[in-house]
Design a protein around this ligand. Sequence first.
Ligand code: C2O
Ligand code: CU
Length: 424
Amino acid sequence: GGGPSSMGHMDHMDHMGGMSVADLTGPKTGTPDVNVTLVARKQKFQLASGETVDGYTVNGTSPGPLIRAKVGDLVQVTFVNESVKDGATLHWHGIDVPNAEDGVAGVTQDAVPVGGKHVYRFKAEQAGTYWYHSHQVSSDEVKGGLFGPIVIAPATPGEVIATIHTYDGKRTINGRTGAARVDLPAGTAARVRVINTDNAILRVGLLGTPYKVVAVDGHDVHGPTPVTAAYPLPAGGRVDLEAVVPARGMRLVAGASSLSLGIAPAGTDPPTGDLPGDTVDLLTYGTPAPLGFDPSKANRNFDYRIGRTAGFLDGKPGLWWTINGHMFPDVPMFMVAEGDVVRMKISNTSGQAHPMHLHGHHAVVLSRNGVPATGTPWWTDTLEVGNKETYEIAFVANNPGLWMDHCHNLPHASQGLMTHLMYE
Ligand code: C2O
Ligand code: CU
């Protein structure tokens, strides 16, 4: 694929059988407000803290460069694969782009081969914290470093971005192991944008001052109140934490106290220690606000049962994940029509937790284990569903195409825990 006009939505439609031909690409005309080239490489590289890793980079580093846009911007990214043997793509995790821009190899495009390029164009519509990553052999390429942060919002003096990733067993924030720091004067209104690019849930939080959970997965929390409890950040999820920098400074802790980011006035030593044992629960945090649609008027109701069964995957025997009793690709798709109000009951009896990620849409959590949500509208694109838990979610089918819905513990996705949402 070359320029945006050769992005091949016809190819895409070929996969979609009887669906009428629709243009599911981003804007074809218009001068981009944000125009970047991202080059993927397989290489040995140095983490920001100096350790050498054999993995993948974007423009020579991992995490790759920050993409910053404002709401309304036309974003154009020219993606070049210099040396990633399996091919690579870029997926805009959490950004509800038009389907053909979603960057899913084998679904919305072919993987970009070594020496190839692909141009993505989409409008930044929802302010927030996101990330991009390869969606080809993701369990290997994301783990190895083929990702980076995206922020849709103007930069502020108090903004701190914290991309958390484990490379080869080395736990990092922004590519640094151990305790890193940024200097911010006391009294600064800090907004800490935390991105979990790993495969497991991570408790994060600020030590040294109460803070507010102000946004989750690119949606503002309504009526946030100060907390000191930790926030459980699912694999693939994002959370924005807000606090005023105290005179002694504060510290973002990611999981164990051995990984942290001090945010403090120059020359001060921010507090150290472990996160408290209690946990912020979005089911009750914040205050309700209108959803913009009525989930009780749902015209599609789906059961989404996550289980585990003995079977064969690619000819390999094992215990594989299932959705409604089936392994990908034998899972029936969830079919919707544009405009549908969709309710989904996700239950998990598989023995492990799964961070479930729906592409192209944000869903609101209605209940967990039968207990209705009473806090902020809990909009999410990446929802941790624990073993023996049941979530009811709802969303409006407002973004036509063929969308992935899978576990973001990425080895699980390649072990069967993956399906599609498809528009008829
Ligand atoms: Cu962040 Cu289907 O992926
Ligand atoms: Cu999983």
